[in-house]
Design a protein around this ligand. Sequence first.
Ligand SMILES: *Cc1c(COP(=O)(O)O)cnc(C)c1O
Length: 374
Amino acid sequence: MSSRGIQFLDLEAQRKRLGGSVESAISEVLLHDRYVMGPEVGELEARIAELCGVKHCVSCGNGTDALQISLMALGIGRGDAIFVPSFTFTATAEAVVLVGATPVFVDIQEDTFNIDPSSLEEAIVSTTGLRRSAIIAVDLFGQAADYPELSQIAAHYNLELVVDAAQSLGGRNESANVGNLGDVTTTSFFPSKPLGCYGDGGALLTQRDDIAEASRSIRVHGSGSAKYDNSRFGLNSRLDSLQAAILLAKLPVFQEEIDARGEIADRYTTALSGLLEIPVVKPGVRSVWANYTIKVAGRELLRAGLQSANIPTAVYYPKPIHQRGPYKDFPTAPNGLINSENVSKCVLSLPIHPYLDSSSQNQIIAALLDLVPN
Ligand SMILES: *Cc1c(COP(=O)(O)O)cnc(C)c1O
């Protein structure tokens, strides 16, 4: 165990593992001093496109902007209904509101935490007075949503399928890599995500030339072909060269880190099944295990017990979005959002970073066995 005790996320251990490559990547940028959209940015985009097997990768300022840029590139705005799960990080719905469209909240499946295709279809059919335009599916905690079903629904109702892969970059399902599961896929390089930089960063991935071209313009104020000309409205959402350089330095260990989290997940699952409600991954899907999230009644008591044993945990998320502040007024699926409401009360995420050694894993498992009545 590290001398600092069990960490929920251990970026210091990762930096030591990388053995100075991050520091030298940063020094390289200081030498050429092209800090915004420098050479590392194009190189990173090419590497990530290759890694995911997708034609285009367009980087930007963060994962929230990646969602907003995607919606803008798809021409989504006022009068459009966008179907989003309610149990996710705020940004998924926020991006919809920022482009002037209306989020329609859909329930999740209680076992995978991902959007429920039947709740989705009910929400689509019952939506009137708005153009039904797109679905944003979220691959929560690292597991791809049910794309075989979602693609059929999207095709049937003529909707764009946007994938929020902030937590699932590097994963896949039975037929394709994350990046190839919808019309456009967005991701985040926030430090705690599976591939994280040392600040904010994000990207979108797509096979479609029209989306890629529009996105490249939107991220730089809607720039046209000539400097200080504009072909559309846009944002200021470029990736820094320093962040791209840091991500390039981390790419060589990205797959090993995914594998390491997978092994920890397997250990937890073996030790805890039958004792606690453990996360379910659907057959054929390869999760990147951004989080290992159990469900437990009496969560706060267990959480406090783990805290006294110096084991940090997190609650993603304590409230579904349709119950948060200004999001309360948007439409919801007609049969309610029962699963989203129920899981919010009992989810608890355990430490699962790739540098969590086996004695720390043992300590976490032992504390759970001790605290949970069996
Ligand atoms: C982190 C996250 C985002 C937003 O990414 P930022 O880079 O923080 O803007 C969007 N959706 C989900 C599911 C996320 O986890």
